[in-house]
Design a protein around this ligand. Structure first.
Ligand code: ARG
Ligand code: ZN
Length: 884
């Protein structure tokens, strides 16, 4: 069929904007059905840009233009042109004031970009290109403007009226309307613009900054949620303090506001002085939120707050530089969270997530560099690569420089670029200057896509005591990038003696042995050889300690060596990683050989790990060690994903652990009972994680007493972490063992939580992830549930996303029903909310990883989607690249 393909935007085509907007005064007449926006813009020609055709181009979409005036003269239609995505004003002077009046329709805005309705409130989301749905503007991040805003609305329906910056007055008019004025003294790009209007309640606190300024803090929520803001507020204050201490960054406005909304495409948004959050990342009470939810809130609240400096004061020149703010800010929030609880466990969680989401992205059809070269739809590039790999790239620079020089580098960056829109190159140059190091090769990390693979081999010379490690790096080709150059890779190595102690890692040629411990090697060439001396016997290498670079390491460990590292490595991350490698290896063997028994040595190793559960153990770390790799991660390790084999093998192994280590697991339950007082300390969270991991194994081979325990934990309802863990076990268990306890528990849970949307999302998600054979039917039934709606992204993710991503067994059913189901939903969603539709495509982009039958079935669905007329750019880009 005929289609005009959307344009591709290239980094190499970047040109500075022809006009700048120094000041914008906006007046909103707010209403749910209709909002009028009056904009007064002070424009001038950009001295740094080439002169164009003399016309002014303003971005604008879904706007109804009522009037346009230039320097107070209303323009006749001949002097401007309205296009689908722009307003072109002909022959403008070099400096002028432009006034426009437009109408927008928030209630019709299901895309949740621009001004939209969530519940009874009005709110905005402008990043990346939503501001053009609010008024005509030069909607790009290198146009930085001082905004002042007046919001007028019905005082009863919208008593709270918020915008960026500082409040500068409020009045109630005679007609019952209210006007609130806000002024933001800091020039900012339009993507950081926000307004909120609603009948909201505030939870308030104060923060005294480094220089002694008192800043009121408010979290605005729907009135019934004021009892769920404590954790977010505590996290905010901790983040504000941390940014002062670690980066010398102080808050800069008279007030800091947060709003929680129920309809939100992403996690949250760092609008200047007015962060808008998906309610999921604010609202939590011990009975409604799990420990993971609490950790998510802490991380996201900090992330958005940190953007005030890394994103807002210094922003991105263009969207190819997105990782400038996102990679750096993720690195900052990761470090903040690490400082709040267990650094080791945090690193494991971050790496697990990187491997689960970014590595597959880097190996698939949407692979792109941390700084992409091109895109069709920028919303498709808010990715694990830009965020999480971007954070790893900053982390590597921080490690290369060391804490003092890295701080000098960030100080220089903040000082040099404050108030500007800059590039990742500007960031690296600061690190280079302050660190006094050459990062020319390191820069390739920003430009080259794909996950580097390090093939390691070694040899030992017993006569000389020399141990040689050879490392070959190569990066697989990715779409559009067939040649890959060697990267500079910080590679942390330790050597263990037979007792498991660290040896000195002394390079050949060095006269003195360093203290025993980790040595950071710098890889630069495709092949590197390092010889270590002074060794009495062949050591066991501990490679890539602390995950010092986002790469895949291959080394032919024996099972015995992995078991040894799991028990002895001084690097906590590598102890965990050795356990993972051992489990992956065994599970892949069980996949290949379905009647292979689980080796005793493996069970013994797990048993030994369980014995470490004593008074001064790190239970959270132990829980991580006990967590088997996920089905999808196992699939990623296979040439062709064996969907059914992986599920069977993983269940077999879990059941073997549950049966053969029953007493040890029961011991874990006993030792880690919840104290009467629930708390969120890392130790308490660790206890819950470990106890629920043990319960999960026991419920794989359940005896009536275990089932009873599980049911009791569910019914006690002590906290959501325990309730959900027990509910998941009951729902997933074979009815042969638990009867209808699963169904009963689901019903009870629904009755208890039907009116709490975030908790209800868990109820939808759990059913979508069940391995029961009738899950798809059930999910289809739930689409008809009165509480299901396609217009709430959280609900869509909870049911459809959880099924497609969190349930590989049922989604990839070989009859293709799962694929058809997902394609149907994507086609329904695309006209409503293209960003969400596009995100749901992810599991289908991976079709090349499956057997021929499944490949053909997934392709057929992708082709079917591509045939549809009027597809969004979002969905078009992902589908066409996946098939291409
Ligand atoms: N800047 C936000 C954050 O990472 C994400 C906003 C993304 N929005 C989008 N429509 N793609 O904190
Ligand atoms: Zn961010």
């Amino acid at each position: 069929m005929y289609r005009t393909t959307p344009p591709v935007i290239h980094l190499k085509d970047y040109r500075p904007p022809e006009f700048l907007i120094d000041r914008a005064a906006l007046h909103f007449d707010l209403g749910l059905e209709e909002t009028a926006v009056h904009a007064e813009l002070d424009l001038r020609r950009n001295p740094a840009a080439k002169r164009g055709d003399g016309d002014l181009y303003l971005d604008g979409e879904h706007l109804e233009l009522l009037e346009v005036a230039l320097d107070d003269r209303t323009l006749p239609p001949a002097e401007y042109e309205i296009r689908e995505d722009a307003l072109v004003v002909h022959r403008v002077p070099d400096r002028f004031r432009l006034r426009t009046r437009v109408l927008i329709r928030p209630a019709d805005n299901t895309a949740l970009e621009g001004l939209y309705v969530s519940g009874d409130m009005l709110c905005t989301q402008c990043e990346a290109e939503g501001f053009r749905r609010i008024t005509y503007f030069i909607d790009r991040p290198d146009v930085m403007t001082r905004f002042s805003v007046a919001l007028a609305a019905d005082a009863e329906r919208f008593p709270v009226l918020l915008a960026n910056g500082n409040p500068v007055g409020e009045e109630t008019l005679e007609d019952g309307r209210k006007v609130a004025r806000w002024d933001d003294p800091f020039p900012k790009p339009s993507y950081l613009f926000a307004v909120v209007a609603g009948d909201l309640a505030a939870v308030s606190d104060r923060f005294t900054t480094l220089s002694g300024r008192e800043v009121p803090l408010n979290i605005y929520v729907e009135p019934e949620n004021t009892d769920k803001c404590d954790h977010a507020m505590r996290s905010l204050k901790a983040a504000m303090r941390w940014d002062e201490e670690r980066y010398g960054r102080e808050y800069d406005l008279d007030v800091f506001n947060i709003v929680a909304v129920s309809h939100f495409n992403m996690g949250a948004m760092e609008n200047k002085g007015l962060n808008v959050f998906n309610a999921k990342y604010i609202l939590a009470r011990p009975d409604t939120a799990t420990d993971m939810d609490f950790a998510g809130i802490e991380g996201v609240v900090a992330h958005e707050y940190f953007h005030n400096w890394t994103g807002n004061r210094i922003t991105c020149r263009d969207w190819f530089q997105l990782s400038l703010k996102e990679g750096f800010t993720v690195y900052r929030d990761q470090e903040f969270s690490a400082d709040q609880s267990s650094r080791g466990v945090k690193r494991i969680e971050d790496v697990r997530m990187l491997r689960a989401r970014q590595f597959p992205e880097d190996a698939g059809p949407m692979a792109h560099p941390v700084r992409p070269d091109s895109y069709i739809e920028i919303n498709n590039f808010y990715t694990a690569t830009v965020y999480e790999k971007g954070a790893e790239v900053v982390r590597m620079q921080a490690n290369l420089l060391g804490p003092e020089r890295f701080r000098k580098g960030t100080d220089l960056y903040f000082e040099r670029f404050d108030g500007q829109a800059v590039t990742t190159e500007d960031f690296v140059r600061c690190m280079e200057e302050a660190g006094d190091i050459d990062l020319s090769q390191f820069r390739r990390w920003y430009a080259q896509a794909g996950t580097p693979v390090l093939e390691c081999a070694d040899s030992f010379d017993a006569h000389t005591g020399a141990y040689t490690l050879e490392i070959r790096q190569h990066t697989p080709t990715t779409p559009g990038q067939s040649t890959k150059l060697p990267l500079q890779i910080p590679f942390a190595v330790g050597l263990l003696d037979a007792a498991g102690a660290d040896l000195p890692v002394q390079l050949d040629g060095e006269t003195e042995a360093p203290a025993p411990g980790t040595r950071m090697l710098a890889l630069r060439e495709a092949v590197e050889r390092f010889t270590f001396v002074g060794l009495d016997a062949e050591p066991v290498p501990s490679l890539l300690r602390g995950f010092s670079a986002p790469v895949i390491v291959r080394y032919p460990y024996t099972d015995a060596q992995l078991t040894f590292l799991m028990a002895h490595d001084s690097d906590g991350f590598n102890r965990w990683d050795a356990a993972q490698s051992l489990s992956v290896r065994l599970l892949l063997e069980l996949v290949a050989e379905s009647d292979k028994p689980v080796p005793e040595a493996y069970i013994e190793a797990v048993g030994r790990a369980l014995k470490q559960d004593d008074a001064d153990a790190d239970q959270a770390l132990l829980a991580e060690v006990l967590t088997l790799p996920s089905e999808s991660y196992l699939g990623d390790q296979m040439t062709v994903v064996d969907v059914d084999g992986i599920h069977r093998a993983r269940e077999q192994l879990a059941a073997a652990i549950g049966e053969q280590l029953r007493d040890a697991l029961l011991g874990v339950l006993e030792r880690n009972q919840e104290p009467v007082e629930y708390d969120l300390s890392p130790a308490a969270m660790g206890r819950r994680a470990l106890r629920n991991a043990a319960l999960g194994y026991l419920m794989r081979a359940p005896t009536p007493d275990i089932v009873e325990r599980c049911r009791a934990q569910f019914e006690a309802g002590h906290n959501m972490t325990d309730v959900i863990a027990a509910l998941r076990c009951l729902v997933d268990a074979d009815p042969e063992h638990v009867g209808d306890a699963g169904e009963q528990a689901l019903t009870a849970f629904y009755q208890r939580w039907a009116e709490d949307p975030l908790v209800l999302d868990k109820w939808f998600g759990l059913q979508a992830q069940s391995s029961r054979p009738d899950t798809l039917e059930r999910v289809e039934g739930l689409l008809e549930h009165p509480k299901f709606t396609l217009t709430n992204p959280n609900r869509v993710r909870a049911l459809i996303g959880a099924f497609a991503v969190g349930n590989p067994l049922r989604f990839h059913a070989v009859d293709g029903a799962g694929y058809r189901f997902l394609a149907d939903r994507i086609l329904e969603l695309d006209p409503l909310n293209p960003q969400i539709a596009s995100r749901l495509l992810y599991p289908m982009t991976r079709w090349r990883r499956y057997d021929e039958i499944r490949q053909a079935l997934i392709r057929a669905q992708l082709e079917r989607i591509l045939e549809v007329e009027g597809l969004s750019n979002d969905v078009y880009e992902v589908v066409s690249k996946s098939l291409g």
